[in-house]
Design a protein around this ligand. Structure first.
Ligand SMILES: [Zn+2]
Ligand SMILES: [Zn+2]
Length: 335
């Protein structure tokens, strides 16, 4: 791998000494999160879903169909909901699509238990504004645990109320759908509702398969444990890994002012989100994979949506980055 190149625009560091990126080595917890107070709503709900996922260790609760549901729902909720919906569409407006489809993506994202769309977007925009500098809400330069999940477990005064982060998501709160998700805990009801639907479908599937009602009920439990609890935990951790792992380990194509990295295995599990250094270098672009081997499933999906008229105004890489991609993505030729 050749030396990373200096990124331009918002992440440029040209004014810094020797044109080197200004990257901190350690940061303390943001003052807005001090003194440490446990945010019990999150601590209890995240703790509960982790405990409930342990039922997957009960052998009789395993089913092949439950495993299939886990994989399919991860693709739907993390791929379409979080990667394409929450991140590339709502946070960065990397493309446009019909309103009904935008709301559908948001609903899919909610099923990952990663908070309401507006709060997710607000925190992520804060992260881009301050990446690995104070007051980045979740930099692993505090500790790996803090960047991964610790920041979610404590009260951060900026996240106390929707009005505190209103300036980050004004564009979303004009939409009654997103406002309702905040005001009436709509996101929580959607999460509970989706768990009930998956469990119910498991029961119906069992009956359709010819099982007795008792057997179908047990299969429904299997779908609940594997398709909801364990999948939620898995999706949470791979998404959190983008914040933690991808700011600590991996390679850099661009010398951004933060410590962002590209991680192939995180990218594989998150549909392209693991190409995080590329993303920090070119935040608006809906394309995160830049080299030929940087497989980006979400980008391919957005391009497919564009072809059938479900997406338009798709934002691609900046001209200098696009030039390097067109040359074949060879390291030595990037920008
Ligand atoms: Zn980042
Ligand atoms: Zn982003």
């Amino acid at each position: 791998m050749s030396e990373p190149v200096s990124a331009t625009a918002t992440s440029a560091t040209a004014t810094l000494p020797e044109n080197r990126p200004h990257v901190e080595t350690h940061l303390s917890i943001p003052v807005e999160a001090q003194p440490i107070r446990i945010f019990w709503v999150y601590a209890l709900s995240l703790g509960a879903v982790h405990l409930l996922s342990l039922f997957a260790l009960v052998p009789s609760l395993f089913s092949v169909s439950g495993l299939v549901v886990l994989v399919v729902t991860h693709i739907l909720f993390d791929g379409l909901g979080v990667s394409i919906g929450y991140h590339r569409l709502l946070t960065h407006r990397g493309f446009q699509c019909p309103k009904w489809l935008e709301h559908l993506f948001a609903i899919l994202g909610i099923c990952t238990l990663q908070d309401s769309p507006a709060r997710w977007v607000a925190v992520h925009r804060m992260h881009h504004q301050h990446s690995d500098h104070q007051p980045d809400p979740h930099t692993p330069l505090v500790t790996f645990f803090w960047g991964h999940v610790g920041w979610l477990l404590v009260v951060d005064r900026r996240h106390d109320s929707v009005y505190h982060f209103e300036r980050y998501v004004r564009d979303m709160l004009h939409d009654r759908f997103y406002f309702a998700m905040e005001k009436y805990l709509g996101w929580l009801w959607i999460y509970i509702g989706h768990a009930a639907i998956i469990t119910g479908l498991g029961y119906l599937f069992g009956l359709w398969w010819g099982m007795s009602t008792a057997e179908a009920g047990w299969l429904a439990l299997s779908w609940l444990v594997w398709g909801v609890f364990l999948r939620t935990v898995f999706t949470l951790h791979v998404t959190w890994a983008v914040n933690s792992v991808c700011h600590m380990w991996g390679y850099r194509n661009y010398e951004t002012r933060d410590n962002s990295r590209n991680s192939w295995w995180v990218a594989l599990l998150t549909f392209g989100e693991g190409w995080h250094n590329n993303h920090h270098a070119d935040q608006r672009s809906a394309r995160h994979g830049h080299k030929w081997y940087e497989f980006d499933m979400s980008w391919l999906t957005i391009r497919a949506m564009e072809r059938v008229g479900l997406a338009w105004d798709v934002i691609g890489p900046k001209p200098e980055i696009q030039l390097a991609i067109d040359r074949g993505g060879d390291d030595s030729q990037v920008v």
